[in-house]
Write a protein that binds this ligand. Structure first.
Ligand SMILES: *Cc1c(COP(=O)(O)O)cnc(C)c1O
Length: 369
């Protein structure tokens, strides 16, 4: 019998990773791994041969699961990430001379490297300054009517994030008022739902009420931060708007040839209810963290907890000390330290973080900054 070549990987052993590098962190909800329901669906899909490029039973099942959950016959597409979902959805709503009204803290404006403009061949983001990460009807009206002349991009779409980048949630009344404003100015309404599940869990309204029943035309539904390995779904509630969207996905390198592995985890998430359970757990953890933090002197929350994010205002020295103890977090949104909670956040790990926060804050209790 011939032996395997010496460079051939043998068995399942791999070089171990140091356990400290695997400790649970709260820097982002995409630091977490894959939840059991998504993993099981992935495993279940890994049997036999099926057709490629989305012409398979898993993709059909996933699309149907979305139609059932949203109680409507929407068009459903699966892409790899949120940047692709948002940019391709916005591109499908716009001509190159159109404008997209968004908030200054929106992911499309701050974190997509110009992809919405790139994929729409130049549609311009019309940015509104907001302190709370939310667009208001007033702000939309101002941008929609600011210029009516041919020298300015023609406003065509409003994009909102639910829940927002700053951890807040649009109420149903706010969504309705935004949709009303959009309608009166001939604008489409797009929702970046990278954390849509967290908003549903927070408000306890149905996905239908949170979207098309409130006037949302297109939703990008995030799977990654909700507990999947990869993947976002794009839902068109007005099927006409989805025209040729499959070609856009293919051209943008977003058409998975083994589509069943992008689709199957959604079946597991939606059929088991894990999508909502995961989000509710993450939200609960954010609340728990906030309650603990509120007893620590010298630091405070930047705002109320509405979904799975908590933003802390703390002296720079305290944050530095916290980093030195191995904690990871970001301060790129408005300067506050962001802590995000996910489907697998552990209460004892949150306790450990709070204990370190308390000690670090205590070390500098006299400090003003
Ligand atoms: C994470 C996130 C996305 C998606 O980002 P990708 O890295 O492209 O997957 C989109 N919108 C918001 C608000 C996000 O937080």
């Amino acid at each position: 019998m011939e032996s395997a070549p010496s460079n051939h990987l043998k068995g399942t052993s791999m070089t171990p990773i140091h356990p400290d590098e695997l400790l649970q962190q709260f820097a982002s909800d995409n630091y977490a791994g894959v939840c059991p329901e998504a993993a099981a669906a992935m495993e279940a899909a890994n049997h036999g041969h099926v057709s490629s490029y989305g012409d398979d039973p898993w993709t059909a099942k996933a699309a149907d699961a979305f139609r059932k959950l949203f109680e409507t016959d929407c068009e459903v597409f699966f892409v790899f990430n949120g940047t692709a979902a948002n940019s391709l959805a916005l591109a499908s709503l716009c001509q190159s001379y159109h404008g997209v009204i968004c908030c200054d803290s929106s992911h499309v404006e701050t974190d997509e490297c110009g992809a919405p403009e790139f994929f729409s061949n130049g549609s311009k983001l019309l940015v509104s300054q907001a302190t709370d990460g939310k667009l208001s009807p007033q702000a939309i009206r101002e941008l929609a009517t600011k210029r009516q002349d041919i020298h300015y991009p023609k406003p065509r779409v409003v994009t909102i994030t639910q829940s927002t980048e700053t951890g807040s949630v649009y109420t149903l009344a706010e969504l309705g008022a935004i949709a009303e404003t959009c309608k009166s100015h001939g604008l489409c309404l797009h929702m970046d739902g990278a954390r849509f599940a967290n908003a549903c869990a927070a408000l306890q309204f149905s996905p239908a009420e949170m979207t098309w029943k409130s006037g949302v035309d297109v939703l990008c539904f995030g799977g990654t931060k909700n507990g999947m390995a990869v993947g976002e779904a794009v839902l068109f509630f007005d099927r006409k708007l989805a025209s040729d969207f499959d070609y856009r996905c293919k051209q943008a390198g977003q058409l998975a040839s083994k589509m069943r592995f992008l689709a199957a985890p959604w079946v597991g998430m939606l059929e088991s209810g894990a999508w909502l359970r995961n989000a509710a757990h993450a939200n609960r953890c954010a609340q728990y963290f906030a309650t603990r933090v509120s007893t620590i002197t010298g630091i405070r929350l930047a705002g109320p907890i509405e979904a799975n994010a908590a933003f802390l205002i703390a002296p720079e020295r305290v944050l530095t000390a916290l980093r030195e103890r191995g904690w990871k977090f970001y301060t790129f949104i408005g300067g506050a330290a962001r802590f995000m909670f996910s489907w697998d956040s552990q209460f004892d790990r949150i306790d450990a973080l709070c204990l370190d926060l308390q000690e670090c804050a205590g070390m500098y209790s006299d400090a003003q900054s």
